[in-house]
Structure formats: structure tokens, C-alpha cells
Write a protein that binds this ligand. Structure first.
Ligand code: HPA
Ligand code: ZN
Length: 321
């Protein structure tokens, strides 16, 4: 029974944690009608492939209008995670998405920070922020996000990352943004090796100051890369449920989680965008046990790997470990 195991989440997109219930709540209080075709009668978001998922994500985010919305979303999500044994969560927060909803960088940041505080008071869970740029919005937007992130130096902002459409631009194109973030002492991660093959992981580890990779699972297609990841101790934020939902792999038997682990690559479990991918962090741990044969001790080890790779300050980390 994995529910009682301590857990940590390093790969969660904040708007991606928004359930259709929250979409309805935010829409109602903001006087917005939820558009048809966003989710079906069983509350399953409707999309068929990666670009459609990204579009669906943006359309769902369209009901967020206020600081209260971001704060409630953050608190609601974190308190739920505490209930399933999570000790620590890093939230991928996108100022570009907030800006699309008319919220400034500071409004968005302070709202999320408020949600983190409330959740901590209610449940003891520790949340921190990885500010993310959106790859398909281009390198200049990324520099903008990095500049604002570095300028505000809020204690809850512990990292810098990048989501969005992996097929556009190269990782290297985003070096100026990542350099700003890394020079300011932020931990850096990027999505790679999910939709695009091992070359995108090489591109990331050769050109960006990253010590974690979001997904990275397609590294398995390149033996040399697997060895390099293991040698350099680069941590993969693996999200099997997301990979199956997005058809990166046809089924769990084909998913390389176990192979990467056995090859000595540091792996953690993440849920990415849970209601969009019909998963939760608890499901990820449970499936790792049921379908990949990880023992409770190995799962505790993965949580430990996640806490060690977390970008939270050393003092807080020491308490968590
Ligand atoms: N992948 C890439 N970019 C994203 C995602 C994701 O799952 N969610 C939000 N932006
Ligand atoms: Zn992701």
C-alpha cells in the first residue's frame, strides 16, 4: 500500500492541476461561461495529441482571472497532496500564462506564495516555485521571464524551467535565459526527451546549466546518453502516466522507467498535469509498485532522490530529509 509512503513531486504544472470542478468554480465567480468541448460529461478534458493538449491546457487556464484563483488552486492542490503522503512539491509556475489572464508577474507570484503558506498551515506540506518559460513563445519571452524571476528574488522561487512545445527551437536557443537564472543561484530543469528523442536531452545537458530533466525518458534510445546521465547524476523527473496519456509509449510494459533505474539513472516520479492525464502522484507511486515492480524501499529511495534533487534551500531540505 503506497498511500502511507512519503512522497515528493518535482514535476507539476500549476494550471495542469486544475480539475474541471475548479474550472467551474473559477468560471462562475469570474462571470465566465465555460466553453463547450473543454471536457466531456465524465469530466475528462478533451484533447487527442500533444499540441491539442497544450491548447486544452491554455483554454482551461482561461477561467483564471484573479489572485484568489491562483491562491485557491495552489492551496487546494497542495492540501490534496498532503493527504496522499506528499511532503514536498515543486510547482511549475508560468508567468506567461498568468499574463494571458491579465495578472502581473507579482500578482501571480504573491498569489501562489499565499496558497503555499495556507497549505503549509493547513497540512504541513512544503511547496516551492520553479518559474517556467514557455518554449513555443520563444527565447525572448524566456529571457523576460528569467529577468523578472531573478529581479524579484522571492524566497519561494527556487528554480527555473521550461515547458511548452518541444518541437520548436533548440534547447541551446534558451541559454541566455538559463544563464540569468543559474547565475542567480536558481536550480535549472527543462523538458526534454518526451516528445522529441535523445538528441533533445543531449542538447539540454550539453548547452544548458541543468541538473534535472523533465521526462527525459527517450534517453533510453541512446545507450551512451543513458551512461552519461548516470555518470553525471542528472535526475529525471519521470511521469509515466503522462507519457502513456500522450502516447509517448503505447503501454506501461514499453515504458523505460525500470530500465533507466536499473541502468543507474536517478529517477523520480511526477504527475505533470494530473486531471488532464487521469493520474495523481499517488497513482504514479502505486503503478510503480504494481506495474514496474518497485518495492516500498525503492519507492522511499525515489522520494529521497527527489528531495535531494529539490531546489529548496539547504535548511528546509535538511528537515525534509
Ligand atoms: N509538457 C510540456 N509543457 C507543458 C506541460 C507538459 O506536460 N504542461 C504544461 N505545459
Ligand atoms: Zn511537464
Amino acid at each position: 500500500m503506497t498511500l502511507t509512503l512519503p512522497k515528493a513531486e518535482l514535476h507539476l504544472h500549476l494550471e495542469g492541476a486544475m480539475t474541471p470542478d475548479l474550472v467551474r468554480l473559477f468560471a462562475a465567480r469570474n462571470g465566465i461561461t465555460v466553453e463547450d468541448g473543454l471536457y466531456d460529461e465524465n469530466d475528462r478534458y478533451i484533447w487527442a495529441d500533444f499540441p491539442q493538449f497544450l491548447d486544452c491546457y491554455d483554454r482551461a487556464s482561461g477561467v483564471i482571472r484573479t489572485r484568489q484563483d491562483y491562491s485557491d488552486l495552489t492551496c487546494h492542490y497542495l492540501v490534496q497532496q498532503a493527504k496522499i503522503g506528499a511532503l514536498y512539491v515543486e510547482l511549475f509556475c508560468s508567468p506567461s500564462h498568468a499574463a494571458m489572464q491579465g495578472l502581473s508577474f507579482d500578482d501571480h507570484l504573491l498569489a501562489v506564495a499565499d496558497g503555499i503558506d495556507q497549505a503549509y498551515q493547513q497540512s504541513g506540506i512544503i511547496g516551492r516555485i520553479v518559474m517556467t518559460c514557455v518554449r513555443h513563445l520563444g527565447p525572448e519571452q524566456a529571457v523576460d521571464v528569467a529577468r523578472q524571476t531573478v529581479a524579484c528574488s522571492h524566497p519561494y522561487i527556487v528554480g527555473f524551467g521550461m515547458g511548452g512545445n518541444e518541437s520548436l527551437f533548440t534547447q541551446k536557443d534558451f541559454y541566455p535565459a538559463y544563464k540569468l537564472a543559474a547565475d542567480a543561484g536558481l536550480g535549472c530543469t527543462t523538458h526534454a526527451g518526451e516528445v522529441v528523442g535523445p538528441e533533445s536531452v543531449w542538447d539540454a545537458i550539453d548547452h544548458l546549466p541543468v541538473d534535472r530533466i523533465g521526462h527525459g525518458v527517450r534517453a533510453i534510445e541512446d545507450e551512451k546518453l543513458v551512461a552519461e546521465l548516470a555518470k553525471r547524476g542528472i535526475v529525471l523527473e519521470v511521469c509515466p502516466g503522462s507519457n502513456i496519456a500522450l502516447s509517448v509509449y503505447p503501454d506501461y510494459q514499453s515504458h523505460p522507467l525500470r530500465k533507466l533505474y536499473d541502468a543507474g539513472v536517478k529517477v523520480t516520479l511526477g504527475s505533470d498535469d494530473p486531471p488532464f492525464f487521469h493520474t495523481t502522484l499517488a497513482d504514479e507511486y502505486q503503478r510503480a509498485s504494481d506495474l514496474f515492480g518497485f518495492t516500498d524501499d525503492e519507492l522511499r529511495g525515489m522520494t529521497r532522490t527527489a528531495l535531494q534533487a529539490a531546489y529548496v534551500d539547504a535548511e528546509t531540505k535538511a528537515v525534509l530529509l
